[in-house]
Structure formats: C-alpha cells, structure tokens
Design a protein around this ligand. Sequence first.
Ligand code: PAF
Length: 288
Amino acid sequence: MQIHHQIAELQAQLRGWRCAGKRIGFVPTMGNLHAGHLSLIERARASADIVLSSIFVNPTQFGAGEDYSRYPRTLEADCALLREAGCDAVLAPSVEEMYPDGADLRTVVRVDGLHDILCGAFRPGHFDGVATVVAKLFNLAQPDLAVFGEKDYQQFLVVKRMARELSFPIEIIGAPTAREANGLAMSSRNQYLSPAERQHASLLFRMLLATREALKSGARDYATLCEAALAELTSAGFRPDYFEIRRAADLAEPGPTDRDLVVLVAARLGGARLIDNLRVVAADVPSV
Ligand code: PAF
C-alpha cells in the first residue's frame, strides 16, 4: 500500500491503474480510523478493483471553537489498519498541499436546501467545507465510486446531491452505520467520552429505536414524538441540538403521506457532540 503525501504522486499511480482498466473505489476520511471506517473500505472493495482512501483533517469544515486542533491525528496507526484491510493507496496531504493558496477559499461548493438545516444550523459553514473538500478530492482522484457512512446521513445526502448536480461521473454509495455492542454509533469523537459516558451514550440509539417503533406502529404526531425524546435526553444529562423526523430523500419536513423517513439526533454529552440516525418506513395507516 502506497502512502502519498503529494497529490501528483497519487495521480501518477492512479493513471497506471486506470490505463490497466481498473475500477477505482474511494473512501475519504479524516483518519483516526475505527471498525466503521474499515467497513467502508470493505464496501468499496466489493465494487472496485482498487481501493483508495484519503486521510485529511479538513480545516474548512470546522467552525470557530470546534475541535479542529484537538481532532486525533493517528496517521501511522491508520495506515497500518488500512494496509490490513486491503487498501491499495492512501492520500495523506498536508493542509498546504490541499490548499496551496490558503484554506480561505474564494470558490465554495454549497448545497442549498441541505447546508443550513439540522447539523448545518448548529455548525454554520460545516457542509460548505465538506462539499468543497469532497469536490476537490473527487477532481483530483477521479474515482469510479465513493463510499460514505450513513451515520453522517446529512453529509451523505450533501455529497450525493453535489455529485449529481455537478455531474461527477462517480457512483456515491452509502454504507450502514457500524455500532458498538451497546448500540452507540462508532465515531472518532467517541473517544472524547469517559467509559461511563460511552455506556450512557447508547441512550441515543435507544431513543431512535423507540421512535422508529412508534412510527412503524402508526404514530404520526412527529412534534410530540420529538419533544418526548428531547425531554428524555435532557433529563438523562444530554444537551441535545435536535431530535427530528425528516423525509429520508431530502431531509424536508415530512407530510402526513410520507412513509420513507429518517429519525436524526445530535446531542452533546460531556466533551463530545454525537450524531446518529435511523431510517424507517412508517406504517401506512395512521393510528387514531
Ligand atoms: O466524514 C468525514 O470524515 C469527512 O467529513 C470527509 C467526508 C472525509 C470530508 O472531510
């Protein structure tokens, strides 16, 4: 497995693979890899001949006061895991290599309708940073497919819409959320939690499951369901940003006939901001 710090070196290697007719799968990451990331590599491997990953803690998707400077950087351990998982090449560029004219870009990709709702309302500019860096990575690597974790469901939709509207000839694949034994969604940010908080954090998943069950049983009063979940999380010591039921296709507020839904939550616990979601096909017949 080749580790490239220079974009031009990676591109030379990719040209060789492309000339040999290889199908290239891409898994962009910010490093500090865990089993969730490795499941994305596995998913890419299932549909591609060559798997490329990137490790880049992208400064433009962090807001002021967020965890950019303390975000765990573990390149050596990450590369060992990627090698073991059968990854073929890694791009690990410096900030200067990715943003040679400075990270304060004048060209920004913004996905209207998605960038400023849910997490975007609490992290202004975050999804512009994500969409822009992913567009850059797509341009420089030109993969045939790219895999994103559905744990970051809003990010997945942002990337899908961006790729479609900007005509990137790249298949965008969503991979299921990997979970700890207690249900907690795997995330690099889980390491900001103490062992006790890590156990307690599984309440997020249990609240999602309970809401999904209610929707499947015909409950349709979305506001009441979300208020109840927010109250329970708050009384359990979480500081929730939101608990919402949205349309799975576009994260719009669902109407009474919408069935393909997603329940999403973002909440702080201790020093971590945690997000999670669960898809649900709601029951056809509303309860009375
Ligand atoms: O999900 C992530 O790790 C990042 O947001 C991504 C997609 C690699 C862009 O920096």
